[in-house]
Design a protein around this ligand. Structure first.
Ligand code: NCD
Ligand code: ZN
Length: 345
């Protein structure tokens, strides 16, 4: 199939970046790199510097292009954002509601604070990526995505009807319906894990921190809606792993971090889902065509090989001095194996 891209990934920084980046780069030609570092990537200079650190860490033979994102805050400057977009540094901006997830303390407290930014993005055709959960502590955690649609996304859509946006890592029936019922400027990414686990996975015989991510996995009927959307062939749904590595000690803790590290076997995981749905022929559109078309970027010309050959996922993956990370599908056997980029002759 055509070489895929990952439209949502956390590559981290420093030693963790060096340890994880090639897991993404060996499969994906491009990736939208999330800006939730500490401190977050809020300026053109910071994005250029982070891009250089990624390029220094990646194996250049893999032919990987990181696409950089501007993290929005209450103080984001429309001129800085437009300059970054014009200079080809920023591909999009990311809206994290303040305190929604890992390293989001600097996120946006109220969308009224960024209305000038959103108006500028709408005018210049720059996409907005949304972490779609409200942070109101009185809202049940399993309802935060659905309530975000009513309270925030609908308002953004009404006020900025020409704004291109991606509802990131959707997890609910309501999000699928919202995207399907919106015009062609609204799309969504779907992770490998939300296609495979429901909320029971977090409590399977005991508390399971490696199944915990944000947005949190929901009931089975939501998972089934995500699977239908992913394999539907609709150009509004595309691949975004949300691979989010945390070392074991940070996950297996009294207050464990949110995030599932799925990069090492990402395309194998999606392939398993598409095959189970009888839709392996639609994997290429989801993984390699819908995303670039939405972003107005060329399709990758390279091809990759997936073989029908079982692969055993290790129980941990070493990340050097920092320790180890438990990957998604740890200890499982997957039926499709990624065999690398096809030779061009
Ligand atoms: C992400 C992380 O760890 O940076 N965690 C996660 O559970 N997905 C943040 C995010 O995207 O919410
Ligand atoms: Zn994420």
């Amino acid at each position: 199939m055509r070489r895929p891209d990952d439209w949502h990934v956390h590559l981290r920084d420093g030693a963790m970046l060096a340890a994880v980046v090639n897991h993404t780069a060996r499969q994906f030609a491009r990736a939208i790199v999330m800006p939730n570092l500490a401190p977050p990537v809020t300026t053109v200079a910071a994005a250029r510097a982070y891009r250089a650190r990624i390029e220094a860490a990646v194996d250049t033979a893999l032919g990987f292009t990181p696409l950089m994102i501007c993290y929005l805050t209450d103080h984001s400057d429309p001129d800085e954002i437009e300059r970054g977009f014009a200079e080809g540094v920023f591909t999009a901006c990311k809206l994290y509601p303040a305190h929604a997830t890992t390293n989001s303390a600097h996120g946006v407290s109220d969308i009224g604070a960024i209305s000038a930014v959103l108006a500028r993005m709408e005018r210049i055709g720059m996409p907005l990526l949304l972490h779609g959960e409200v942070t109101d502590p009185t809202i049940d955690i399993f309802d935060r995505e659905a309530v975000f649609i009513e309270r925030v996304y609908a308002r953004i859509q009404a006020d900025f009807p020409g704004l291109r946006s991606v509802f990131e890592h959707i997890t609910t029936v309501e999000a699928v319906a919202f995207v399907e019922n919106s015009g062609p400027l609204v799309a969504a990414t779907i992770t490998p894990h939300h296609l495979r686990i429901n909320r029971n996975a977090m409590f399977d015989g005991g508390i399971r921190p490696h199944a915990y991510c944000l947005p949190v996995a929901k009931r089975e009927r939501h998972r089934l809606a995500l699977r239908r959307a992913a394999v539907s062939g609709s150009p509004k749904f595309f691949l975004g792993t949300d691979s989010a590595p945390h070392i074991i000690a940070a996950k297996e803790s009294a207050c464990g971090c949110a995030g599932i590290f799925n990069a090492p076997f990402a395309i194998e995981s999606y392939a398993a889902t598409f095959e189970e749905e009888g839709a392996i022929d639609r994997l290429e559109g989801f993984a390699a065509e819908h995303g670039p078309r939405f972003y107005g970027l060329p399709l990758n010309e390279e091809r990759i090989v997936l073989e029908r050959d079982p692969i055993d996922v290790p129980t941990t993956i070493d990340v050097g001095a920092a320790g180890a990370v438990v990957p998604f599908h740890a200890g499982e056997r997957l039926q499709w194996r990624y065999a690398g980029i096809a030779s061009s002759d």
